[in-house]
Design a protein around this ligand. Sequence first.
Ligand code: LLP
Length: 413
Amino acid sequence: MDPFQYRDGQLYAEELPLSDLAERFGTPLYVYSRAMLETQYRAFDDAFGGHPHQVCYAVKANANLAVLNVLARLGAGFDIVSGGELERVLRAGGDPSRIVFSGVGKTADEMEAALKAGIHCFNVESAAELELLNLVAGEQSMVAPISIRVNPDVDAQTHPYISTGLKDNKFGVDINDAPALYQRAADLPHIEILGVDCHIGSQLTSLGPFEDALGRVMALVDKLTLQGIAIRHLDLGGGLGVRYREEQPPTPAEYVATLLKYVPGDLPVHIEPGRSIVANAGVFLTRVLYLKPTAHKNFAIVDGAMNDLIRPSLYSAWQDIVPLIPHDADCRHWDIVGPVCETGDFLGKDRALALETGDLLAVRSAGAYGFAMASNYNSRNRPAEIMVDGDQAFIVRQRETIEDQLQQESLLP
Ligand code: LLP
């Protein structure tokens, strides 16, 4: 399904013309489709059939409360990486007993908050973290449920910044060291072993690396069983890619079916998809401020910038840029650039578009790692966020104001 389709000469979000939303709420603007979020979540959830499982949406991809709430209503679990994400999930009505807590740098305060909230599992990423968690749980007279995140040393064949399952990466525990660390965990009084966790990277467009990693994880599970350590669930992380351009990633159904081939009996499986649930449920709207054709290049200066959507600048990511209301004019090649004072501030380069000043554009596939990575660089206010549900549009985040930005700061006395 694609909730963003042209009808009567203009681009719609479900039943609403996007140009109306841009006029009503201003630009730059993020717009999400509720129907698409639900479709994608259900695609993962349904793919498991009767196999015990939990889909834990990776909050980092898009942490808006309304997005979390839509998924919570469907029974989603959540993968969090900070105390802030924990608080968001709780306020969005997420069930704490379906939360898993990943991340290499959990603080004692974050551990305590998560224990008190009653989360399902900590995905422990180092020996030192395991010791601290045991201590923090002891102070609360509690027992912390854990998986150890193992690093299987497989090449996810994705952008180096978003590959996480190689020995060079900071994530997880070397899979060869895991049996000893599980033994240590078994001996700690305030730790309860639940599972094994693994996440190898993001935007994976083939199943091979997942299969390699899972093969190694299953070999570890066998070893642990021989050690007398029972594994009660597998957490296989997130990472399924989406189509930005010409990628042909497997569907959620193909992905889950492949994973389940390796999982014995009815051992429960958790997954942590982020991008594949939200990326194509969102667009980023921006308006052309100035056209600046030069002898070498044509620049279209728009009101959205790298501080709003950093993926093109940070990863050289390609995201489609399309007009909300296409013209019948000749196309030229344009670099779509923002007002931020950096050469790296672009949303797309060399795009064939028929543009006029004042035109509205949509950057597609912007629901994941879009607003979530936005900043106030150049003291720009972060955009508003809108959720479309059929023929209704809801503001799910107000546009920031300069007052919002300045309220944390003060002058010297
Ligand atoms: N679980 C863990 C432990 C993760 O580190 C991540 C993503 C996920 C799940 C979700 O992965 P997904 O299904 O979204 O691929 N900002 C980058 C992506 C960074 C991904 C970080 N970890 C981008 O815009 O491409």
